[in-house]
Design a protein around this ligand. Structure first.
Ligand SMILES: [Fe+2]
Ligand SMILES: [Fe+2]
Length: 151
């Protein structure tokens, strides 16, 4: 799997959204690194579980912050706003469900399997939602800036 790293190309032009995306990417990369650098048996399950919880908490806060931004983008079509938020709702549910299954795992073996699965979900969130949906916001953020500057 290709290493995940923040790049200026990811910037959408709006704070704190860019900082939150950066933080998310760092957490996903850290999670991946920990998961792949140790043997399954040596994996620090407590540390990994905490990391997963932090990742999900950061993602949930981020989804809400981004929705506030979306509400204020005058040039973004209402339908696209709705579809974007709908996708957030699905991700929110998926992430919360995943972390609760992780926390209620009955054995270390299951917890390990949940953690491996969790990182795939986190990676998917980045690849499918950020790369394909969030990057669309760049256009509307740019238009919004022009609008506020001309007033
Ligand atoms: Fe989004
Ligand atoms: Fe986002």
């Amino acid at each position: 799997m290709e290493k995940l790293e923040w790049s200026e190309d990811f910037e959408l032009g709006s704070e704190p959204i860019d900082s939150e995306h950066k933080k998310l990417i760092e957490l996903v990369a850290c999670f991946e690194k920990e998961l792949h650098s140790s043997d399954a048996a040596d994996l620090d399950l407590e540390k990994m579980t905490q990391l997963a919880q932090e990742l999900v908490a950061t993602a949930i806060t981020h989804l809400s912050d981004e929705e506030l931004l979306i509400d204020n983008l005058s040039f973004m079509p209402p339908l696209e706003k709705m579809v974007h938020k709908q996708e957030h709702a699905e991700w929110r549910e998926r992430l919360l469900k995943e972390v609760s299954s992780l926390l209620s795992s009955p054995s270390d073996l299951e917890r390990r399997a949940r953690l491996s699965n969790g990182i795939l979900i986190a990676r998917n969130f980045w690849d499918k939602h950020f790369q394909k949906v969030d990057t669309r916001l760049r256009i509307f953020i740019g238009q919004q800036k022009v609008l506020t500057q001309s007033h």
